[in-house]
Design a protein around this ligand. Structure first.
Ligand SMILES: Cc1ncc(COP(=O)(O)O)c(C=O)c1O
Length: 288
């Protein structure tokens, strides 16, 4: 299998795509990233992902080396240059570039742009029925979780702690015990009859799947609230996580609290999302 990557203007075999050891991504985690799903040739919400990437880059003072439109074209080309892929994720990383190691970058530093394409295996029916177990952890991340920074050490440690405790995801909680989001997912609860998720502020990433879920829920008459919520809140019935790679998975346990999974709202939202993805796939099937 000839996996092709993109590095600073060139498509090349993944094994030949090498980054300088003084790239600031490697030295300082000085960069941002994006993960976009491509379903049989159709990108899911490409514009929203690119918008978030350019916002993240702008927020840390990096000017991406190509326009948003050009980057979208390059992502599509990368997908086409990896014909072994049907459903894929395109990973895009932009770092501030290469400088001799010093906290202050030089004015002439040119950003590094990297893209890779990987097979996307969406969770199947069995995985959906199984659901996830989650643990809660005090949020130890920085104050700008809305920026999709490549500095993911807390997220890695959170996920490792989850695994150590026999769970699949760790939920970050604030000082009041409110659930913010997961290590690589947004979190929704069903409280009473209402779908609840933490507001989109600096404490959470504005997930593209979160956005899609809220849109579909509102379109189909599910009542929605964006507010802080607590895992021991009265009336909590269901919980689910959303992300590009998981789409939507039920949570069957938060710490010791067991929840119905998948509950009726989770099932309804999941079905809506699956319909949406199928309609995208039908739009543009890759020719055999
Ligand atoms: C911290 C965090 N929150 C939420 C998400 C979900 O975002 P999206 O739905 O755009 O994949 C991710 C995805 O990587 C994430 O890392």
């Amino acid at each position: 299998m000839n996996e092709i990557a993109f590095l600073n203007g060139a498509f090349l075999p993944l094994a030949d795509a090498r980054i300088h050891i003084e790239d600031r991504g490697f030295q300082f985690a000085d960069g941002v990233y994006e993960v976009i799903a491509c379903l049989g040739g159709t990108f899911l919400d490409m514009e929203l992902h690119l918008e978030r990437l350019y916002q993240s880059a702008g927020a840390i003072g990096i000017s991406p080396p190509v326009s948003k439109r050009r980057l979208g074209e390059l992502a599509q080309q990368l997908y086409l240059r990896n014909p072994h892929l049907q459903d894929a994720t395109i990973y895009i990383q932009i770092t501030r570039g290469i400088t001799s190691r010093s906290h202050l970058p030089t004015a002439s530093t040119r950003p590094t742009l990297v893209m890779t394409a990987r097979r996307l295996e969406l969770p199947d029916e069995a995985a959906f029925k199984r659901g996830l177990r989650a643990i809660t952890m005090r949020d130890m991340r920085w104050q700008r979780c809305d920026i999709k920074s490549i500095a993911l050490l807390p997220n890695v440690l959170g996920r490792m702690e989850a695994r150590r405790k026999g769970a699949e995801e760790a939920f970050w909680v604030d000082d009041n015990g409110h659930i913010l989001e997961g290590c690589s997912s947004n979190v929704f609860a069903v409280i009473g009859q209402t779908l609840v998720t933490h507001p989109q502020d600096h404490h959470v990433l504005g997930g593209i799947t979160r956005h899609l879920c809220l849109k579909l829920a509102k379109q189909h008459g599910i009542s929605v609230q964006e507010r802080a919520w607590h895992p021991r809140e009265a009336g909590l019935k269901e919980c689910m996580v959303t992300s590009t790679s998981w789409i939507l998975l039920p949570v069957r346990r938060i710490d010791e609290r067991r929840l119905r999974a998948p509950g009726p709202v989770t099932q309804q939202l999941h079905a809506l999302l699956m319909q949406h993805l199928s309609s995208l796939r039908r739009k543009k099937d890759r020719p055999a």
